[in-house]
Design a protein around this ligand. Structure first.
Ligand SMILES: [Zn+2]
Length: 397
């Protein structure tokens, strides 16, 4: 195959929580019908497969024609497909609180639901495939999110300050037993609240956020709950800011979302790269299906140190990399300048132009990218060169 560089034509997903303006402002991509432009998908996922811009061919068809040239033999052997999906994600409203299963739990769950005869598209289907879904987010604007359980003493302090009397016994029990088992028991009670008790607990929470917070952690959590309650007044997910770390990435900062770790994206625009999976177990802030027993079975009840959430990048000449603890994908940010730089290729890559204008070439052809544009690089290129004034985000494996 002589061609190895393909400019992409990507699918925009108009999910309800998307921003109507951010993608236009950042990348000049038009939005004449004022749709919520939630995500741009770059990859070969069947729910939104990229096309080759020059001829309209689906990227998945290009891969199917000659998997070894396109993906490389390592990737074909290890994954049998493009192992990642690369996205621009632009949230104007909070996304659901969620947990993604580990690979082994995903395999088990997928087989179990198949044997139970639950259709893949059914509303109560938990496992859409047999894969894990680790994620990395790289902020393009300020990016607010929740990631992992807070230290247990912070959870106790926040519930105490919010004065949730309905949960008094459980809060005291968690204080007496600040362990994984204690956190699991506490989280289970909160997620299973129903009827009068749920109503009472939420009304206490609504009162709490009207009152004056005594610490900056409580102030931040109460403000977030107030914001969520505009969209989800009766949702058990309103308790999540009391239990989960709240983080704000600055542009250029990144974080990793581990399997079995509750998290939610709240607001902002970023790049997201994830394993090729759609397995999501929800834990609130959603009108969609929630399976609390399955969720708890897929959650690791360990606190995440809030100072360890942001990834520490490693700096190389002209690029910045982020350490990722899985082999499904890797992520780097390449700085282009007047002097041409070379980059070796193993598996297939997607380069997304974050800002400026960058020309990417191999020995046969060249593609010039403006901000918001992307190119697919086949494994058969072996090496490419980039040059210009701008920044490329590099998804690869
Ligand atoms: Zn997620």
């Amino acid at each position: 195959m002589s061609h190895a560089l393909y400019k992409l034509d990507n699918v925009i997903q108009n999910y309800i929580w998307g921003s109507q303006t951010a993608i236009t402002e950042l990348f000049g991509i038009g939005n004449p019908d004022h749709q919520p432009q939630a995500e741009i998908w770059m990859g070969a996922h069947p729910n939104g497969c990229s096309k080759i811009a020059s001829n309209g061919m689906l990227l998945s068809d290009l891969i199917a024609q000659d998997p070894v040239s396109v993906l490389g033999d390592y990737t074909v052997e290890r994954f049998g497909e493009l192992p990642y999906l690369f996205k621009v994600l632009s949230a104007d409203k909070p996304l659901s609180v969620q947990v993604h299963p580990s690979r082994s739990k995903a395999i088990q769950g997928y087989q179990k639901e198949n044997s139970q005869g639950i259709e893949l598209a059914a509303g109560n289907r938990n496992y859409k495939d047999a894969n894990h879904k680790p994620e990395l987010v790289y902020a393009l604007t300020f990016y607010k999110a929740m990631n992992g359980f807070r230290p247990i003493n912070d959870i106790v302090a926040l519930f105490n300050q919010a004065n949730i009397e309905t949960l008094r016994g459980e809060i005291d029990a968690l204080q007496d037993r600040p362990s994984a088992a204690g956190l699991r028991a506490f989280f289970s009670v909160v997620m299973n609240l129903s009827g009068e008790q749920k109503k009472q607990a939420l009304s206490e929470l609504h009162q709490a956020i009207e009152s004056k917070a005594k610490t900056s952690k409580a102030r931040e959590a109460f403000a977030l709950i107030a914001e969520f309650s505009h969209e989800y007044a009766d949702d058990i997910g309103l308790f999540s800011p009391l239990m989960l770390n709240v983080v704000e990435l600055e542009p250029g900062e990144a974080m990793f979302l581990h399997a079995e770790t509750p998290h939610a994206y709240v607001k902002g625009t970023g790049l997201e790269i994830m394993a090729n999976s759609d397995n999501v177990l929800r834990a609130g802030l959603t009108p969609k299906h929630m399976d609390v027993a399955e969720l708890i079975d897929n959650t690791k009840f360990v606190s995440v140190d809030p100072t360890q959430i942001k990834l520490t990048p490693y700096q190389m000449e002209n690029k910045i990399g982020y350490p990722i603890p899985v082999d499904d994908f890797a992520f780097e940010v390449l700085k282009a300048d007047i002097e041409e730089k070379a980059q070796y290729v193993r598996g297939a890559e997607i380069l997304f132009c974050v800002e400026g204008q960058v020309t990417v070439r191999d020995n046969h052809e060249s593609v010039t990218l403006k901000a918001g544009e992307s190119v697919f690089v086949c494994s058969s290129a072996k090496v490419y060169h980039y040059q210009g004034v701008g920044t490329l985000a590099r998804a690869f494996n």
